[in-house]
Design a protein around this ligand. Structure first.
Ligand SMILES: *Cc1c(COP(=O)(O)O)cnc(C)c1O
Length: 476
């Protein structure tokens, strides 16, 4: 029985012999003998496994050594590359969590680089020379931008919600509408968050309807807070009812119970002005009187991953005193990016222009069409069919669910390689490129591709459709 695969196995050279081959010396000079030895060992072991599984055709004598050396080189080069590499997002999903959500503005990138490169005024007051607070860099800006009394920032919005419940409601009850017991993704489920923060969940209303009287009936001397959670990634339509945040806050004030509003994305600008449906704004929550308002730094705000908490002075003070505050502390690079991002919002036109997320969401149709045409022109001479067609982009990242943003798609049908193989080559390339595979074409949405990425995108497509067309068939 072993007879069948013994001989192909014997064709695989011994590790020592491979390493001693003079043709390996260039690789050894470049990567060092121990890395090369490891790579040879792994390559040989993979090859043995493939031979035993019958997934590689037998090589002609002499070809095995070349094939092993080539795959050792590929392995070493791949190991030398960072895995967290840049990507071009041609999916049309503006806040693509897998691709890192918001892209920072040039000013935010510069602030991060400067802060990373040297020392900074992170926790000192230059005037007095005394120790200061790292939150000072964003608290004043957030107060000015939102009208809230005070602000803090933690690792992400999930952390912000957890901190608010832990600090304000541990050991007591949190009242929330049943229709708001949402799962955000990544196993962040509101009922679990409430429980693990040490509070007791009290649900009111039904999935589709809740009235202010339901809240009033559920309040006892054990109630610590009323929680409102924005259902950011789905919509309930039809026979629905929910009290306004102002009504909920009025009830809370009347009974001395704070309202915590988890906005999710939290828009600092009113996006309806640019034709997007209403995402609740931070200003509206402040105006309604919510004591604590939480939202993400890297959703519609367009900044770094962070959880922003704004609200009444004494509530923010209670959150700051909680031990979790230290656990959830943000680092200086986040603060640098966040401060720079928030500064753009002092002028709406500047925010729209400078913050890539807002620029992508509010891009006029002709601008996107122009970019699609420029991309198509760059691809003209390649062995593939290119067509422009109307389509839709998505906001993504748990913001504006169901919102469909009209766009112009570039439909690519390669002639010499399959679409799945083309898409794979683009993903593993540098930069990594992500589009949408739809039946036998690749759809590229220029809404999320920046102007300066177009030439790189075209260059990568050229390489992907032209390089080694035969390996495509072998792989399929
Ligand atoms: C996205 C979201 C969160 C989690 O925010 P992260 O910043 O991703 O941690 C929490 N609540 C709501 C309503 C959200 O939409």
């Amino acid at each position: 029985m072993s007879h069948d695969f013994q001989s192909p196995l014997r064709q695989i050279p011994k590790i020592d012999r491979i390493l001693a081959d003079p043709k390996m010396s260039a690789l050894i000079d470049r990567f060092g003998v121990s890395q090369v030895t490891d790579a040879v060992r792994q390559t040989v072991s993979d090859l043995r496994a493939q031979v035993l599984a019958g997934t590689v055709p037998p090589h002609a004598n002499g070809q095995v050594a070349d094939a092993v050396r080539e795959s050792v080189r590929e392995r070493l080069e791949a190991a030398g590359r960072r895995t967290l590499r840049p990507a071009i997002n041609a999916t049309g999903v503006v806040l693509h969590t897998g691709l890192g959500r918001a892209v920072l503005s040039a000013a935010a990138v510069e602030a991060v680089a400067e802060t990373a490169r040297g020392h900074s005024l992170l926790e000192v007051d230059p005037e007095s020379g005394e120790r200061g607070s790292r939150l000072s860099h964003i608290a004043g800006l957030l107060r000015d931008l939102t009208g809230a009394e005070d602000a803090l920032v933690v690792n992400n919005n999930a952390a912000a919600v957890f901190l608010a419940i832990g600090a304000l409601a541990a050991g007591r009850e949190v009242v929330i509408a049943r229709g708001q017991l949402v799962e955000i993704g990544g196993a962040f489920r509101i009922p679990d968050v409430i429980r693990s923060a040490g509070a007791k969940l009290v649900e009111v209303g039904t999935t589709n309807r809740v009235r202010i009287a339901d809240y009033a009936d559920a309040i006892t001397d054990q109630t610590a807070l009323l929680l409102r959670v924005h259902p950011s990634n789905f919509r309930i339509v039809g026979f629905t009812e929910e009290p306004g945040l102002d009504e909920l806050c009025a009830l809370g004030r009347q009974l001395g119970i704070p309202v915590v509003d988890d906005l999710g994305s939290g828009a600092l600008l009113d996006l309806t002005r640019y034709g997007l449906t209403a995402e609740p704004t931070v200003h509206a929550s402040v105006a309604a009187g919510a004591e604590v308002i939480t939202f993400s730094g890297d959703k519609l705000l367009g900044g770094p991953q962070a959880g922003l908490v704004i609200g009444a002075r004494e509530m923010i003070a209670r959150l700051k005193r909680h031990p979790l505050m230290r656990v959830l502390r943000v680092d200086k690079l986040t603060l640098a990016a966040l401060e720079a991002t928030l500064r753009h919002y002092r002028d709406e036109a500047s925010a729209r222009r400078e913050i890539p997320t807002l620029a992508a969401l509010t891009a006029p149709a002709e601008e996107i069409r122009g970019r699609a045409e420029r991309l198509a022109a760059l691809l003209e001479s390649l062995p593939m069919d290119i067509e422009l067609e109307p389509g839709v982009s998505q906001v993504g990242g748990g913001s504006l669910p169901g919102e469909e943003l009209p766009t112009t798609l570039v439909r690519v049908k390669p002639r010499k390689v399959s679409v799945t193989e083309l898409a794979r080559r683009l993903r593993v390339g540098e930069p990594s490129i992500w589009g949408r595979v739809q039946r036998n074409s690749l759809l590229l949405d220029p809404r999320t591709v920046r102007e300066e990425e177009l030439t790189e995108l075209a260059h990568s497509l050229r390489q992907a459709v032209c390089a080694g067309a035969t390996t495509a068939e072998e792989r399929e």
